[in-house]
Every structure is written in structure tokens, then in C-alpha cells.
Design a protein around this ligand. Structure first.
Ligand SMILES: Nc1ncnc2c1ncn2[C@@H]1O[C@H](COP(=O)(O)OP(=O)(O)OP(=O)(O)O)[C@@H](O)[C@H]1O
Ligand SMILES: O=C(O)c1ccc[n+]([C@@H]2O[C@H](COP(=O)([O-])O)[C@@H](O)[C@H]2O)c1
Length: 223
């Protein structure tokens, strides 16, 4: 059978249950040979708060006990320049070969602004997309920028079709409904000067416990 590699890129500042649920959902749907987590240097966001090493350490903790084959791939951090997914996919396509199914995963918020990504129309020749619903965002054609809706036309496919195709297909997963963001977690910790106990939120419901312990031990997101 042809290899299938799923990729989840992100800022992960910090990684939270929404990321883990997104990865687990597509691991279940696609049964990829490997799911790689790619911490990015996002060019569309202001400065990140955790260091590269801290983001990787938190990702290792968050994904340590998953039952699907998962690996942290640091290539975008090592590249030092801002992350353009199209460049990452060109590199991975050269490494994995023309036949491999590559599936770049994202939440609906990113699909809604896909037309702002560098050379976004070239993404479809390099990979498939796996897009999950996210509260507050839409996967419906009416809610997407017209250029994105047009690019998706004729590409929608089942997980099995995506798994069997190197690139160009888009698999939508409507069932995810995890209302968590890294912004919400950072803001809550800022407001309580880093004390998880004083946020007024059940942070354990937002972030894996080992990640929360790491945040506290390293005094992250205090200021
Ligand atoms: N709750 C969620 N449900 C579905 N997808 C999500 C969720 N949180 C993040 N994602 C997706 O995971 C990827 C990485 O997200 P990112 O690290 O930017 O997290 P974030 O919570 O959106 O961060 P921030 O609040 O800092 O913008 C993106 O494709 C994003 O759409
Ligand atoms: O390539 C681009 O221009 C581009 C623009 C915005 C986001 N991305 C990628 O989308 C993923 C999620 O980004 P973010 O900002 O939600 O952490 C991450 O892998 C980013 O590198 C990529």
C-alpha cells in the first residue's frame, strides 16, 4: 500500500487539547503511516511567547501517550526563516516521493484564510488537505472566501480517497467541536500572573496535564 503521511503544523504556543483532538481525529480517519507535528515560525502572527525548545518540549509531552504513530518534526524551526508551508511541502515531497499521500491538516480557521498563504494555489499539487471544524468558523462553501471555495470545488473526497491519492484532494471532518485556543490559555494565564489555580478556568480541560505542569514549572505565559 502507498505510504500516507499526515502533517499538523502550528504555533503550539502552547499545544492544547484542540490540537491533540484534531490529530487523533485524522489519525483515526486516515490511518496514516505517520503523523508529523511541525512547530512553525508563523509569519502571520506576532512574536511567540514560548521558545522553540519549550514548544517542542510541550509537544513531546502532549503527544507522548498517543496510540497512533506520531513524531515531532523540527524542520520549520531549524530553517530559521518564517514558515511558508509550500516550501515545507516541496521538501517533504522530494523526500517522500511522488506516490506518497501527503495530507496537511488544519482547522477551519486556517481554511477560511487559505488564500492569504504564500503561493496557496500550489499547495494542491503538493499535498491533500484534511480540514476539521472549529467552533466560531465554518467549513461551508458560503462562508469561505470565493477563491478558496472555488479551489475546493471538485476536490472534496473521503478519507479513503485521500489516503490513496498523493495530492489535490480535500477531506472535511465536520464532527470536531473543541472550543479551545492557545490565545484563550495565554490570556487566562496572563490575567492570573501565571497561576493556573487563579485563572477561574479549568485549565486541565484545555491543556494536557503534563503540559500544564511544564507551563507552571517554567513560569510560561506570566507576562
Ligand atoms: N480547537 C481547535 N479545533 C480545530 N482545529 C484547531 C483548534 N485549535 C487549533 N487548531 C488548528 O491547529 C493548527 C495550529 O493551531 P495554532 O497552534 O495556531 O493554535 P491556536 O489555538 O489557533 O493558536 P492561537 O490562539 O495562538 O492563534 C491550525 O491549523 C488550527 O486551525
Ligand atoms: O504558508 C503560509 O503562508 C502560511 C500562512 C499561515 C499559516 N500557515 C501554516 O498553518 C499552520 C497553522 O498556523 P498557525 O498560525 O495557526 O499556527 C502552520 O503550519 C503554519 O505554518 C502557513
Amino acid at each position: 500500500m502507498t505510504a500516507c503521511v499526515a502533517l499538523l503544523g502550528g504555533s503550539f504556543d502552547p499545544v492544547h487539547h484542540g490540537h491533540v483532538a484534531l490529530a487523533a481525529l485524522f489519525a483515526d480517519l486516515l490511518q496514516p503511516d505517520q503523523l508529523r507535528i511541525l512547530p512553525a515560525r508563523p509569519w502571520q502572527k506576532s512574536a511567540l511567547q514560548a521558545s522553540d525548545a519549550q514548544r517542542i518540549a510541550m509537544l513531546e509531552l502532549a503527544f507522548a501517550e498517543q496510540t497512533f504513530p506520531v513524531a515531532i518534526d523540527p524542520r520549520e524551526i531549524e530553517r530559521a526563516s518564517p514558515t511558508y508551508t509550500v516550501e515545507t511541502l516541496r521538501g517533504l515531497r522530494a523526500e517522500l516521493g511522488e506516490a506518497a499521500s501527503i495530507v496537511f491538516l488544519m482547522g477551519a480557521d486556517q481554511l477560511m484564510k487559505l488564500d492569504s498563504w504564500r503561493d496557496w494555489q500550489d499547495l494542491f499539487a503538493l499535498a491533500n488537505l484534511g480540514v476539521a471544524a472549529r467552533p466560531g468558523y465554518t467549513l461551508s462553501e458560503d462562508g469561505l472566501p470565493p477563491a478558496v471555495a472555488q479551489a475546493l470545488a471538485g476536490r472534496l473526497a473521503t478519507p479513503a480517497q485521500v489516503r490513496a491519492t498523493p495530492s489535490g484532494k480535500v477531506c472535511l471532518a465536520h464532527t470536531l467541536a473543541v472550543d479551545i485556543s492557545a490565545t484563550q490559555i495565554r490570556n487566562a494565564l496572563h490575567a492570573s500572573a501565571g497561576s493556573a489555580a487563579d485563572t477561574g478556568l479549568d485549565l486541565g480541560a484545555l491543556v494536557p496535564q503534563q503540559v500544564l505542569d511544564y507551563i507552571q514549572q517554567h513560569n510560561l505565559y506570566k507576562n
